[in-house]
Design a binder for this molecule. Structure first.
Ligand code: M6R
Length: 627
């Protein structure tokens, strides 16, 4: 989704704006722009704008800005806003790129989100004499602020407040006015915005990486609140009624190195390789070795509440939804509570059966996914206890759910979720084990044994990462194919859903995952002996292993080329498959952790062979803040 950076300070604003935009590139974008006030030009103090269409545009923007006299060394320019656009309304073009100005070029606005009532507002403002220059929904905001600025006698904050009251939809907005060279106004509704102060000024952005170089202490706005960023670094916060307040401050302890490639060719490969560390961090401090009990204090539920849970819903989107599918198996196997996993965009429009004994687990790495947030609101209204599992401190979901458990994976830059997915899986395993403990279904020895299996995972992941010979060979097969099928049973099948998604999203090869027992009910027709359609079979040690072998035979007999994931020492799979990727042994319920690492590497390698843009796949965005 779009990215916003706003800086108001006493030193050059161009550097924080461009650096911030570069750090938001991971969100996916198709054009970029910035707008600044040049206070040197006193009489004709106008807003200067530079906008560029295309990807990789932040660098081009830097050059264009320098040509326009807005170089990194522009010491006189201390206040500005920047934007990376992910088109929703209007094609990617310079005219549609942000910031958007009002009729007189005195106001500039950068927007992330969707203004749902833009059509009506546009008609109304046009009838009132405003002229529009883009096809975007966003441009209505600059004209609306222009209108209210006149009505509010030049009070920018009041004008923004009045404009916001007329907007419906989701928005994070940064607003610049040429008559306010030492202040900026920002606001938001259902779109992320983070604010901080530093020695040289105040800064706001769509996500933490854009400002982490300047500050680690950040604040978040509630819906429709307004903040004024002052050049001296102070920030004033107001609720929608205009009442000032002091927000909570959150300390971000992410390492800046996490936002850099650190010698890897892309962020995805770096993040895949970080997974052993991430899993160790998820497990850290969770086992009380004296009492031999698991600890999950963030769940914040009393023993009675835990005992009363009679149904669990897991709601999530995309990769987080796949983590939920695996979580279902873990919770049902270990804690014996029925679990339904629902895609958040469906759940929010369904009529789910919820009572006060329902536990809803919302999984979202970004904490900002619009559909997941709405599903949480629905669940809370219906009386469920809602726990959020997220990676982003202070993100929107943390204010919507009753309790939050952080996966502590540190920032994930690549659009393709990898380390956050693994962290989600491990946290769900802990949660399942904890629920089982609290409901008296496991004894101390079983808890310690299961926890030890979890503790072995980081080393086992390292082993998968260390030898990629078979994975590389499998990637060559996939890179040549137009379709790849993924088959598995039980958690093997759910592992396949994620494996297929990873391959699709970064290599653009069509992939389909299916429960292996289902293949003969239709999908088998896709296996073409002429091209030897690749079939990735997750056939690790499991209760249904023999059945998986039969499924492998079935697809082989139709001419498929089989790439199997098997447990070390499994010679039977070795005899059947064309390529075998061996994985260390673990509990069946934990096998998705290891198999997913292999499938991430497979997708990555295939995408590299095809020359894809690994970290920024076409049409996709890192956080999906619109419905
Ligand atoms: O931030 P979330 O976990 O809520 O994001 C949900 C999906 O958009 C996300 O998991 C997406 O499917 C992945 N980036 C794909 O790798």
């Amino acid at each position: 989704m779009c990215g916003i950076v706003a800086f108001c300070g006493v030193k050059n604003a161009i550097t924080p704006l461009l650096t911030g935009l570069a750090r938001l590139e991971y969100r996916g974008y198709d054009s970029a722009g910035l707008a600044v006030i040049d206070p040197q030009a006193k009489q004709l103090r106008t807003i200067q704008r530079v906008r560029q269409e295309g990807r990789g545009m932040v660098e081009v923007l830097r050059e264009a800005a320098a040509e326009a006299g807005l170089g990194d060394d522009s010491q006189g320019i201390t206040c500005g806003i920047g934007h990376t656009r992910w088109a929703t309304h209007g094609a990617p073009s310079v005219a549609n790129a942000h910031p958007h100005c009002d009729c007189q070029g005195r106001i500039a606005v950068a927007h992330n989100g969707i203004i749902e009532n833009h059509g009506r507002l546009r008609e109304q403002l046009t009838a009132e004499g405003h002229t529009f220059h883009s096809q975007t929904d966003s441009e209505v905001v600059s004209h609306l602020v222009e209108k209210h600025y006149a009505l509010q006698n030049g009070d920018l904050a009041a004008a923004v407040r009045a404009a916001v009251a007329e907007l419906s939809g989701s928005f994070a907005l940064a607003i610049l006015h040429r008559d306010y060279p030492e202040a900026l106004v920002v606001t938001r509704n259902d779109s992320p915005l983070v604010i901080g102060s530093c020695a040289t000024g105040a800064i706001a952005a769509s996500d933490v990486p854009a400002l982490i170089e300047y500050t680690r202490d950040v604040c978040y706005l509630d819906d429709r609140d307004i903040a004024i960023l002052h050049a001296n670094g102070s920030v004033e916060y107001f609720d929608p009624a205009g009442e000032p307040y002091t927000p909570n401050t959150y300390h971000i302890d992410w390492n800046i190195k996490e936002a850099e490639k650190g010698g890897y060719p892309d962020f995805m490969l770096k993040e895949i390789n970080e997974q052993p560390r991430v899993v160790r961090d998820v497990l850290k401090g969770r086992l009380n070795t004296q009492a031999k009990t698991l600890e999950l204090p963030e769940l914040a539920m009393t023993p009675d509440e835990l005992a009363a849970i009679d149904r669990v819903y897991i709601v999530a989107c995309g990769t987080s939804y796949h983590a939920g599918l695996i979580g279902k198996d873990l919770i049902e196997s270990w804690a014996r509570i029925p679990v339904e996993v629902r895609v958040a965009s469906e759940f929010r429009y369904a009529n789910p059966i919820i009572s006060s004994n329902t536990l809803v687990i919302a999984i979202t790495q970004s904490g900002e996914t619009a559909d997941t947030l709405e599903a949480v609101r629905l669940a809370r209204r219906a009386g469920a206890h809602v726990v959020a599992i997220t990676n982003v401190i202070g993100s929107r979901i943390t204010t919507e759910a009753q309790t939050t458990i952080y996966i502590k994976a540190n920032i994930e830059i690549s659009v393709a979720a990898t380390k956050t997915f693994l962290a989600q899986l491990c946290l769900l395993a802990l949660l399942a084990l904890f629920l089982s403990q609290e409901r008296g279904l496991v004894n101390e020895t079983q808890i310690v044994t299961a926890f030890e299996a979890l503790q072995r995972l980081p080393q086992q992941i390292e082993a998968v990462l260390a030898d990629t010979t078979s994975i590389d060979a499998a990637a060559e097969v996939c890179a040549d194919a137009t379709t790849v099928l993924f088959i598995g049973r039980g958690v093997g099948a759910t592992t396949c859903y994620e494996g297929a998604l990873k391959l699709k999203e970064i290599s653009y090869i069509h992939a389909e995952a299916i429960a292996a027992g289902e293949i003969k009910h239709g999908t088998l027709a896709l296996i073409d002996p002429i091209v030897a359609t690749p079939v990735v079979a997750v056939a690790v040690a499991s209760a249904t292993h023999d059945k998986m072998l039969a499924n492998i035979e079935e697809v082989k007999a139709r001419g498929a080329r089989v790439i199997a994931l098997a447990t070390e020492g499994d010679e039977r799979v070795g005899e059947l498959a064309d390529i075998v990727i061996y994985l260390p042994p673990t509990y069946e319920q934990l096998s998705p952790v290891l198999a997913s690492v292999a499938l991430q590497l497979l997708a990555h390698r295939a995408a590299v062979l095809l020359g894809r843009d690994i970290d920024k796949p076409r049409n996709l965005a890192k956080s999906v803040t619109v419905e």
